[in-house]
Design a protein around this ligand. Sequence first.
Ligand code: NAD
Ligand code: MG
Length: 409
Amino acid sequence: MIARGMKVRSEAQPAFAVQSVTLLGATGSIGASTIDLIKHRPERFRVEAVTANRNVVELARLAREVGARFAAVADGNAYRELKIVLAGSGIEVGSGEAALIEAAERPAHLVMAAISGAIGLKPTLAAVARGATIALANKECLVCAGGMFMRAAATAGARVLPVDSEHNAVFQALSAGRREDVRRVILTASGGPFRTWSTEAMRVATPEQALLHPNWSMGNKISIDSATLMNKGLELIEAHHLFALKPSELDVLVHPQSIVHGLVEYRDGSVVAQLGAPDMRTPIAHCLAWPDRIDGLAPRLDLAQIANLSFEMPDLTRFPALALARKALEAGGAAPTILNAANEVAVAAFVSKQLGFTAIAALVEATLDAAGRRGVINEPQNVDEALAVDHMARSLAHDLLPEIAAKAS
Ligand code: NAD
Ligand code: MG
């Protein structure tokens, strides 16, 4: 029955309001997958703002393509160029950190947080503060400041939807039971391109080899993290914050096919998993439409064709980065912030060939030790404290870099 005076929705009208989306990190790999999905459903999604680091031409192209209202570039010197390439489009432009924050603050329903690295923390927190729904890809901001990030989200009533495929899988599997009945959560790891390599072979691995991920096509930072297994370590810390899980409730299993993304074990022995092709458009589609479902764009899963799924324990001797991250998770306090900052420095140094592959974990470990000796142990309580620890750890890692590079060569 419909009350008098109430409008009956015509059949032609969509059953949902148009949803506005802002893309922080629009020019990256997650940005591209998100835009792919949005372009497929122009009647459902509208883009409010897009941001990039310094690729003005690509940012402008994307902004025009999706009809964004605002485009912001982090590089403060790129304002004029962006203004010129978007002249006549009607798209507002901005540059520098304040413009990224403005992008996050503009009134979009959902903010895709897909900047790479802890540098994404401030803009993402700006979206959190206004209570937006956050599709969170940027795991580094949770590793850097997870405690305060989740408290800020709870205070502002901002819902955080996990984009990272393992966490998205766990999020879906957690809907099968009650939180208090969860015994264990397992994140899967592909094992990366060096899964079967010896430490000796990894010592001389090149960035080109490390960037060749067997299953996923991703940005450089996360591809290197996948090769060291630091990515899985960062993901343990990410899961701890997202789902309020104790370190002892979190496990990692190497699963080279990347089909089962995450599993939740309940007290009755049931293990609920989410499966899908290794394509980020599936978890992104889940976040964009949540709690609805929209058509995905990834190839459908053909298990008969895949035939075999295998699982093995991670080798912490060959992949010490995972052990370091778990240790930082268990230690808590400032350790995850330091781990993340040192790892960002180490990965950049490896990509620019200043550091060998196996020295990435060595530099992270040396930075954690040095920061401990300096007495940096307390968990950051706000964004300024988190960024101060982050900066201190980066500077320690830079100081230690020559020594570690020389030792490892
Ligand atoms: P990417 O390197 O492809 O893209 C990063 C984006 O961030 C780009 O738009 C870049 O312009 C922007 N950016 C980089 N540095 C910046 C800076 N200093 N200031 C402002 N913007 C900056 O990275 P990606 O693979 O898309 O990953 C993005 C995030 O999502 C990372 O945190 C990653 O761990 C996470 N993630 C990615 C995948 C994946 O499949 N690519 C999967 C899970 C999680
Ligand atoms: Mg992942």
